[in-house]
Ligand binder design. Structure first.
Ligand SMILES: *Cc1c(COP(=O)(O)O)cnc(C)c1O
Length: 478
């Protein structure tokens, strides 16, 4: 076998990665959303023959660069997006190099052991039961899917129905109680599972978006059929965490399964100063979270924990004559068969940060969010719409139109990047501090840019009359 040229393409990738990363703090955060220019740089006829790999990588890096959103920057605050710590990124390179199929121990012994160890560390970090199974999936969506598949199995089994064999035709009616401010991936998971969104009963949430346990108790009153309750740790807008302990107590009294969607908020459990927000979370039956959000592991990396290994396996396991099955194989816990060893970067991230580093990551994000809220609220016409208990801040400027216009200006300005949303009927700018490298200087520079954009917008469109779209400018409220 001939030795191929590894050095050419890998050196090209290393050089452009290093240039990209070291340039990150000084580069405009937003990407140029110019599809035509990107096509001109990247498109062409299907290549007929080979080209040297190193040249392909150099050309790819240069052509894609203008369209690469700097979402790994410490001044990216859009959606809920983490970056990559150096250890996690480097481990991800090795993961690709080793190219293990992590479904089976027999096929990937080291990856299996790394994921076993990582799973134990994660349970300990997040304060989850030691016997919980751990599945390394692509993200929160598939973690919710996997957890709800285990839930569907178990609540129907208790009702005398084998859903894996008999499907849902003719099954006892399944009720799914969810908070009004749940993430849309819960609905989508229920579609994937054939449960259907008609099974969803939305439970009222308070003004922060937290499920109201009294409303849940009313919905559960006298119930005796199969029920799944979905609690949320970290609403995607306000960051609010449901009272999960109380939800678990009430749901379990009614024989329901509690699944917690904690895509980013579950990480609060890793911080001694925030852990109280999740009191009782260990009582739930399944938990979904992401490593690619607050742990700052490269995409794609989600996690599902299940307190009922039997139910988890019943929902996911697979047997095939040509495979070599072992007792702890990941294919019995994940929806995938072949699978990237995505536990490896998680292992490196935790090994690098340690318990204290993960806590500092969470506390740093929360502290930066608080600084955003306090700095912005000091200005006339700027209003903060949520209690900043975690890493999310909802801001409005004057009225809805102004808020949307400021969001656009901030995106174009390049100092930082934020996205907009609608919260309780009002247009808001969402700030999510999820990046490991964000410091208070990043926050201050971003606040300055936001206020500059607000002033520019007021100067260009000054005449807002009587607030048809959300009222006259309000005095800032801390
Ligand atoms: C991001 C998010 C999800 C979806 O996670 P993905 O990793 O994007 O699939 C689900 N729930 C909540 C609360 C989230 O914030």
């Amino acid at each position: 076998m001939q030795q191929p040229d590894w050095s050419g393409p890998l050196t090209a990738a290393y050089s452009s990665a290093l240039a990209f990363l070291t340039d990150l703090p000084d580069h405009p955060v937003g990407a140029a959303p110019d599809r035509e220019a990107l096509l001109a740089a990247l498109d062409g006829p299907l290549p007929e023959g080979p080209q040297p790999a190193g040249g392909v990588i150099e050309q790819l890096a240069a052509a894609a660069d203008p369209g690469i959103m700097r979402s790994t920057s410490g001044r990216f605050f859009g959606f809920v997006v983490g970056g990559s710590t150096p250890a996690a990124l480097a481990a991800d390179w090795l993961t690709a190099t080793w190219d293990q199929n992590a479904g089976l121990f027999a096929l990937a012994p080291a990856a299996s052991v790394i994921e076993e160890v990582t799973g134990r560390w994660l349970r300990e970090l997040l304060g989850l039961p030691g016997h919980a199974t751990v599945a390394f999936v692509t993200g929160g969506q598939m973690a919710n899917f996997t957890g709800l598949a285990a839930a569907r199995h178990e609540v129907l089994r208790r009702a005398g129905w084998n859903v894996e064999v008999d499907g849902l035709h003719g099954s006892p009616r399944l009720r799914v109680l969810v908070g009004a401010e749940r993430h849309d991936t819960i609905d989508r998971a229920l579609r994937y599972l054939g449960v259907g969104t008609a099974a969803i009963e939305a439970v009222a949430a308070d003004e922060q978006g937290r499920m109201d346990p009294a409303a849940l108790a009313r919905a559960l009153d006298g119930a005796d059929g199969p029920i799944i309750v979905c609690a949320q740790a970290g609403g995607v807008n306000s960051g609010a965490i449901d009272p999960v302990g109380e939800i678990c107590d009430r749901a379990h009294r009614a024989g329901a399964w509690v699944h917690v969607d904690g895509a980013f908020g579950l990480w609060a459990a890793a911080s001694p100063s925030r852990r109280h927000l999740l009191d009782g979370v260990e009582k739930a039956d399944s938990w979904a979270t992401d490593a690619h959000k607050w742990l700052n592991v490269p995409y794609d990396s989600g996690l599902l924990f299940c307190a009922h290994p039997q139910a988890h396996r019943a929902a996911m396991s697979v047997r095939a004559g040509y495979l070599i099955h072992g007792s702890g194989d990941a294919i019995d816990l994940t929806p995938e068969l072949s699978r990237r060893a995505r536990g490896i970067p998680v292992y490196a991230a935790i090994r690098h940060l340690g318990r204290a580093g993960v806590a500092a990551l969470v506390d740093g994000g929360c502290g930066a969010a608080t600084r955003f809220a306090e700095s912005l609220a000091a200005h006339d016409g700027v209003r903060i719409h949520n209690e900043v208990t975690l890493n999310q801040v909802l801001v409005s400027f004057d009225d809805d139109d102004r808020t949307r216009a400021v969001v656009r200006r901030v995106q174009d300005d390049g100092t930082c990047w934020v996205s907009g949303s609608v919260w309780r009927g009002r247009a808001v700018m969402r700030i999510s501090v999820t990046n490991w490298s964000t410091d208070l200087d990043d926050v201050d520079a971003s606040v300055t840019a936001m206020l500059r954009c607000l002033e520019a917008e007021r100067a260009s469109a000054p005449a807002r009359t009587n607030g048809v779209l959300g009222g006259s400018p309000t005095r800032a409220r801390p």
